[in-house]
Design a protein around this ligand. Structure first.
Ligand code: UDP
Ligand code: MG
Length: 140
């Protein structure tokens, strides 16, 4: 059993096209509670640092351009076994491979513009949450 928090981003394509509310509703219906949330526009430095594990990959530069292209919502979500349960809710990175009913299946427009981020481990969830939020900005 994993930890009880994960970190998510509603990505620029979804914010831009008015999908924030429907995506938050799906998180809510799946039992995730919001522990912290804010709207921000990432700087190039923030985006490169957040995705540093992908530096050097062919999609890296396009991903950074996309992630800084408009405001996003960053959030810490609470749920039992949060990382694994949230990865199930969002579906595969490539929306063509995502299960029906997942957030990415419903709202992604491409592998790059796949609507949401979800942490891939408890360690990264903690690191990503700390990257965006101070202790006093987190609740529950
Ligand atoms: N990405 C991309 N092209 C690819 C693979 C990934 O543009 O071929 C983007 C996509 O937005 C993805 C992010 O890079 O969500 C991080 O990739 P990762 O493999 O970590 O996927 P995730 O953990 O988000 O499912
Ligand atoms: Mg990842």
């Amino acid at each position: 059993m994993g930890g009880n928090i994960t970190f998510s981003i509603i990505k620029p394509n979804a914010v831009r096209t008015g999908k924030t509310g429907p995506i938050l509703a799906m998180m809510n219906e799946a039992g995730f509670e919001i522990s912290a949330m804010k709207m921000v526009r990432l700087t190039t430095n923030q985006a490169e640092s957040f995705y540093s594990v992908h530096k050097g990959k062919p999609f890296f530069e396009g991903l950074i351009e996309f992630m800084i292209s408009g405001p996003v919502f960053v959030m810490v979500l609470k749920h039992e076994n949060a990382v694994e349960e949230f990865r199930k809710l969002i579906g595969a990175t490539d929306p063509a491979k995502a299960e029906p009913g997942t957030i990415r299946k419903m709202f992604a427009v491409s592998v790059q513009m796949n609507a949401v981020h979800g942490s891939d481990s408890d360690e990264n969830a903690a690191r990503e949450a700390d990257f965006f939020f101070t202790a006093s900005e987190r609740f529950l």
